[in-house]
Design a protein around this ligand. Structure first.
Ligand SMILES: *Cc1c(COP(=O)(O)O)cnc(C)c1O
Length: 372
């Protein structure tokens, strides 16, 4: 494999499921704005109002003077939303994961991590100094055999997984993982970055859908994806949250999120509660698209709003992406090291703004591109 050169591509505008480069507009199939909330008027209004009232910046870390009542309002709301005792806001999901794991585990402890975990979870595990064991993706037998042979040699043990996987769009077997962690005296941490706002009766995530809110020890997720804002959250026991405030370096040593961002995030939790049709439509459309792609005999994975088409080598993925671009669809090829070698893919990421007509056009476009 040659070295993949990554470049930045500034858009002139985006939102509502579309992206523009200069004058050219595309249907955007590569954002995480799953519910279309990034352009929701109520969120923008809440952001503007908070900036007017509290200013543009928090101007200090939470433990100095950057801590506003507003941050605590969001933490109460997110804890209630996720049905956990306490919440803590982080400046991004990346910062949350690199900090939380290190505050929970240290040298002499063990981490059992799904092989396809996001880079932020991988980095957090490595930084912690704990011994890291990676189990094959969603492979409970592999996890159990690692626990059987290794668990007892270490102090604390933490199992880490995503609930909906970012590049495969599939779901972790959460109920089974919870029973395994109980049996082996571990804690479990679940990253709900791609599930928050979408799964579960109340849209709080896959953990809610599986009835596992009380049995998952540490839950994190981001506000920057389906919630249409920015920042991240941890929800857990009060004891764990207090421990983070005292020892999580990425929480302590960084300026607090600005008031506008916090107020926008509070507003978006209200919208998830009040507008369930967004997630219902999204998931129905995802089923429609997945079925359409399968009927083209494409190798499609996942069971969520993230729909990867596995194409194998880099060239095929790039050619397909270019062919779609010609037809007005912006779907980017995902290549190693983001995904395993030989599994280059197009990752189609649906949003509420993608209508059936748009999806039908996409299926047509792919059927023609396939003939290339
Ligand atoms: C995007 C993502 C993160 C990072 O969140 P940011 O808020 O974008 O930093 C963490 N975990 C997973 C699984 C993600 O997909």
């Amino acid at each position: 494999m040659g070295r993949v050169v990554r470049t930045l591509r500034p858009a002139s505008s985006r939102g509502g499921g579309r992206i523009r480069f200069g004058e050219k507009e595309y249907i955007d199939l590569s954002s995480n704005d799953y519910l279309g909330l990034s352009s929701h008027p109520k969120i923008k209004e809440a952001q503007i109002e908070a900036a007017e009232r509290f200013g543009a910046s928090s101007s200090a870390s939470r433990l100095l003077s950057g801590d506003l009542e507003l941050h605590h309002d969001l933490e109460r709301e997110i804890a209630r939303f996720k049905d956990k005792e306490a919440g803590l806001v982080f400046n991004s999901g990346y910062q949350a994961n690199i900090g939380i794991i290190g505050a929970l585990c240290k040298k002499g402890d063990a981490i059992f991590a799904d092989r396809l975990n996001h880079a932020s979870l991988v980095d957090g595990a490595l930084l912690s100094g704990a011994r890291v064991f990676r189990f094959q993706h969603n492979d409970l037998d592999h996890l159990k055999s690692l626990l059987d042979s290794e668990r007892d040699k270490y102090g604390e043990a933490l199992i880490i997984t995503e609930s909906v996987f970012s590049m495969d769009g599939d779901k972790a077997p959460l109920r089974e993982l919870v029973s395994i962690k109980d049996k082996h005296n571990c804690q479990i941490m679940v990253d709900e970055a791609h599930a928050t706002g979408i799964f579960g009766e109340n849209g709080t995530g896959l953990i809610e859908e599986k009835g596992a809110s009380q049995s998952v020890d540490i839950i994190m997720g981001t506000f920057g994806k389906a919630l249409g804002g920015f920042g991240a959250y941890l929800v857990s026991s009060k004891e764990t949250v207090d421990h983070m405030i005292n020892s999580c370096r990425s929480f302590i040593y960084s300026t607090a999120l600005p008031p506008a961002v916090i107020a926008g995030n509070i507003a978006s939790l209200g919208i998830v509660r009040d507008e369930p049709e967004r997630r219902e439509t999204l998931l129905k459309n995802a089923d429609f698209l997945r079925d359409g792609l399968k009927s083209l005999i494409l190798n499609v994975r996942g069971s969520s709003q993230i729909i990867p088409i596995i194409l194998g080598d880099n060239n095929t993925a790039v050619t397909m992406s270019d062919a779609l671009k010609d037809k007005g669809y912006w779907a980017l090829p995902i290549r190693p090291p983001t995904v395993p070698v030989g599994e280059s893919r197009l990752r189609l990421s649906l949003t509420y703004n993608h209508s059936r007509e748009i999806l039908e056009g996409l299926i047509d476009g792919l059927s023609q591109a396939k003939g290339l």
